[in-house]
Design a binder for this molecule. Structure first.
Ligand SMILES: [Zn+2]
Ligand SMILES: [Zn+2]
Length: 342
């Protein structure tokens, strides 16, 4: 373990530039509290939610705070009362950092709905750092099969995409059914690989022709624009675009009994619907956060398939630049911040 740690802190939200608003601080590695582990960070992927926090679109809950919730590292220390995961274990940290464990949601496998949930890089310091502490029971031992840089982007977009599949009723039993994906960013790129692995026929609507081609390359049966209707009625659809109009387009493309899962924290609005669009037991559901079970199931599946992501690696020192480029749309995949401990 190094004697010092560095972290990129957010003191006050502001526009992402090459010089801010994150500030580099050098400090002692944090002490893990009872029930926590200390993790030496190898890689942290950059999520759009980090940008929303940094620029002030997501209210700051703690100041200063270190962003980053797609963290891969090695356990290097234990707080009081902790024995697992063992020192030396490679682990991932995801968005969900802690829940109460007592409420009716936590007790029924729905900890993603816990009203007392805590989140990595928002309620507690995250992975834009050389070291981070985490609740031991909210770390996820990583399967072999992908290296640190490839695993990091799976920990948010991949996991929430996997949960969206479940909310939409799509699983290993769904071979031969049809699924629509509306929007084709990092999360949808993971979803299509899982759905194809299960034998699901996937149709993709997205504005970008480059993304349409990427979808076809990953096995989509059809790809078109948001204003186009897939050539078959859909058993399920997942929307990623933060637009109510896209939700309605997905609903109108459903077969009887179909489900639309909305994978967006914010939606501009839900437009007025014709009841005919919802009739025949069609349904509309939102997807909120993830559970630890989602993280672990998805990581095991992603290693087995294996799910591939497109990444651009930058050093941790370029955290502000990664956010600035994400804001500008200057990214072809996911940014991953690599931490050099030498
Ligand atoms: Zn995220
Ligand atoms: Zn709870």
């Amino acid at each position: 373990m190094t004697a010092t740690a560095t972290a990129w802190q957010l003191d006050r939200p502001g526009p992402a530039t090459d010089d801010g608003p994150l500030r580099r601080v050098v400090l002692e590695p944090p002490d893990p509290a009872p029930g926590e582990v200390l993790v030496e960070v190898h890689a942290c992927a950059v999520c759009r939610t980090d940008l929303q926090l940094v620029e002030g679109d997501l209210a700051v809950r703690r100041q200063p705070v270190v962003p980053g919730h797609q963290v891969v590292g090695t356990v290097v220390g234990h707080g009081p009362g902790v024995t697992e995961p063992a020192v030396g274990t490679r682990v991932g940290l995801a968005w969900i950092a802690g829940t109460c464990g007592r409420c009716r949601f936590c007790r029924t496998g729905r900890e993603n709905l816990c009203e007392d949930a805590r989140f990595t890089g928002w309620d507690r310091d995250g992975g834009y750092a050389t070291h981070v502490t985490a609740r031991a029971d909210f770390t996820h031992p990583l399967p072999d099969g992908f290296d640190d840089l490839d695993a990091a982007p799976l920990l948010c977009g991949g996991v929430i995409g996997y949960r969206s599949l479940g909310v939409a009723g799509v699983g290993a039993h769904s071979a031969g059914t049809t699924l629509g994906l509306y929007g084709f960013g990092a999360s949808a790129t993971c979803v299509i690989q899982v759905a194809r692995h299960w034998g699901v026929e996937v149709h993709v609507c997205t504005r970008s022709e480059r993304e349409q081609r990427a979808a076809l390359d990953l096995g989509a049966a059809w790809a078109g624009g948001y204003d186009e209707r897939p050539p078959v009625a859909l058993d399920a659809a997942i929307t990623f675009a933060p637009s109510g109009d896209v939700v309605v387009a997905a609903l109108q493309a459903l077969d009887r009994g179909g489900v639309v899962a909305i994978n967006a924290i914010h939606l501009d609005r839900v437009p007025e619907l014709a009841y005919d669009d919802l009739w025949w037991e069609r349904s509309l559901r939102s997807v909120a956060n993830v559970t630890r079970t989602d993280v672990r199931e998805f990581l095991a599946l992603a290693a087995e398939i294996p799910v591939r992501t497109r990444t651009e690696v930058l050093p941790l020192e370029s955290a502000n630049t990664a956010l600035r480029r994400l804001a500008a749309g200057d990214v072809g995949g996911s940014f991953v911040l690599a931490v050099d401990h030498s």
